[in-house]
Design a protein. Structure first.
Length: 79
């Protein structure tokens, strides 16, 4: 928070079971992974995808279909 950015975390209730990055505001939506996607996609102006799995790729496709900018970086798979 050194730069004064306001941060928001949007996740389902399962995220509470994990160590999370500290944010100014937490938005919890639904009980299962992916339940938060519609709220997340409505909230953002641009999506930057770095690697990711099936859910992030679905969110990327949905963001593009909404006409929002998307920046993508694929990462090599780890074995």
């Amino acid at each position: 928070m050194r730069r004064g950015y306001r941060t928001v975390g949007i996740a389902c209730a399962k995220a509470k079971d994990y160590e999370l990055f500290p944010v100014n505001e937490k938005i919890i939506v639904g009980d299962n992974w992916g339940d938060e996607s519609p709220v997340f996609l409505n909230y953002i102006d641009v999506l930057v995808r770095v690697g990711g799995g099936a859910q992030s790729k679905r969110e990327t496709a949905e963001t593009k279909s909404r006409g929002k900018p998307v920046i993508e970086y694929d990462l090599p798979k780890l074995n």
